[in-house]
Ligand binder design. Structure first.
Ligand code: TYD
Length: 218
């Protein structure tokens, strides 16, 4: 099935909220219903963006100027949008992405202290103004999230930041949700994964229904 202009859904939130798991559960759900979603992650999903990713997340890199970091995340995003997201949306695909522009605002803006307004402009330049139709914030206390992540894999350069940094990031996400409530769905990620998945599915079903109705009206 296809929707003219496609549907773009992103997963955001602090560390350890289970975005990857939820994206996979939603992918399976959509597949069962005849959709063929494209699943991507940020930074990454293109050769250039994966190389930028390894650079950005390498713990041996130490500290990097905040503006350099922001521009690298945005450069990886520009490549992803141009080479994968826009073509897929044009073809009417449902695109799911693990992190997007909001992560730059939360991490490099609220976390690192760069101007959120300026970063919004850089994001718009990188994406050509593309914005998700729907964004999930999988929210949980940072101690719980970092503990989950550290138990599951090696710590990357961003996760290695202190608690105060991650607390600012989480508050940043809350501020972004409050500023644009129509696009965001705030979900308690401390719930069992299946309960989170059910909420995600309900919101996506509403969006799909609206998109299909809109299409049949025209
Ligand atoms: P990843 O291992 O994918 O973490 P997660 O599963 O939490 O997404 O690493 C991505 C890291 O990069 C994560 O700590 C968030 C950070 N990040 C930024 O700081 N700015 C950004 O614009 C993006 C997309 C990610």
């Amino acid at each position: 099935m296809e929707i003219p202009g496609g549907l773009f859904i992103t997963f955001e939130g602090p560390e350890g909220g289970g975005k990857t798991t939820q994206q996979e559960l939603l992918r399976r759900y959509l597949l069962e219903r005849g959709w063929c979603p494209l699943c991507l992650r940020e930074p990454g999903a293109t050769m250039v963006s994966e190389r930028i990713r390894s650079l950005l997340l390498d713990p041996s890199l130490g500290s990097v100027a905040a503006r350099t970091e922001a521009l690298l995340f945005c450069a990886a995003r520009a490549e992803l949008v141009e080479s994968r997201i826009r073509p897929a949306l044009k073809a009417g695909t449902v695109v799911l992405c693990d992190r997007f522009t909001d992560s730059t605002l939360a991490y490099q803006g609220y976390g690192r202290g760069l101007s959120v307004e300026r970063l919004t402009e850089v994001n718009a330049f990188a994406t050509g103004g593309l914005q998700p139709h729907l964004t999930f914030c999988l929210d949980l206390p940072i101690e719980a999230g970092l503990q989950r992540k550290r138990a599951a894999s090696e710590t990357n350069r961003m996760e290695a930041e202190g608690l105060a940094f991650h607390r600012r990031v989480r508050e940043g996400f809350h501020a972004l949700v409050a500023a644009e409530p129509s696009r965001w769905r705030l979900i308690d990620a401390t719930l069992p994964p299946e309960a989170v998945a059910e909420q995600v599915r309900q919101h996506v079903d509403v969006l799909l229904k609206e998109a299909i109705e809109h299409e049949t009206d025209h």
